[in-house]
Design a protein around this ligand. Structure first.
Ligand code: HEM
Length: 184
């Protein structure tokens, strides 16, 4: 006996629970690690004058790549009213990969050196959004590969990912630049 169309729709929607659960495990795992391990008194900053400067400027770069992600996604979904060129998918994938790679030294510095702090609302929000960012990223990559998922799954998960990265940047680098100025 074949499934009714409404049963197929609900089966496809319930398959979304798998990437969401794996993403949640990643986000919670990072949070538990950040909360339980001891802060490290180390500093690395590559060519930047200090660790804060490295984190602030790399986060600004992540924001630029995230903006490219948003614009190219809206363009590919036909939301800009302009036909999308064939190379747009490549730009979207490259900017996503660069956003992830650029965020790694920053998040390593946050997670490993500082940890998850509860000093004030901004810092709590920042840590939680940072953890959500990597959980949502894992969920998005899995959703991209899930052929039987409903069509709305990708824009919803990608929207959560975008919100998390912008939120993590607003509560850290943007806050830093607006309160302390250019980091030295
Ligand atoms: C993965 C989980 C994360 C945790 C637990 C975390 C935690 C923290 C903490 C405790 C601070 C110090 C806050 C303060 O006192 O002002 C901080 C600062 C900062 N974070 Fe994160 N963060 C995370 C992810 C991220 C991500 C993904 C980014 C970039 C996209 C980021 C960028 C920054 C920047 C630019 C600062 C300011 C520089 C500094 O104070 O060292 N963080 N983070």
């Amino acid at each position: 006996m074949t499934d009714r169309p409404e049963d197929q729709i609900s089966t496809r929607a319930s398959l979304l629970a798998i990437p969401l659960l794996i993403g949640a495990v990643v986000a919670v795992g990072l949070g538990v690690f950040a909360r339980t391990h001891a802060a490290q008194h180390v500093s690395w900053h590559g060519p930047f004058p200090s660790m804060v400067s490295m984190k602030v400027w790399l986060t600004v770069a992540v924001l630029v790549f995230a903006a490219i992600q948003l614009v190219t996604a809206l363009w590919m979904y036909g939301k800009l009213g302009i036909a999308s060129p064939p190379w747009l998918g490549k730009v979207h994938r490259a900017s996503g990969g660069l956003a992830f790679l650029t965020s790694l030294p920053v998040a390593a510095a946050c997670l490993w050196v500082l940890g998850l702090h509860s000093t004030d609302t901004r810092v709590v929000l920042h840590g939680l959004l940072g953890c959500l960012f990597y959980g949502a990223l894992v969920a998005k990559v899995l959703v991209l590969r899930g052929r039987r998922l409903p069509g709305w799954a990708l824009p919803v998960v990608a929207g959560v990912l975008f919100t998390a990265v912008v939120g993590a940047a607003l509560t850290s680098a943007v806050w830093w630049l607006s309160t302390h100025g250019i980091p030295t």
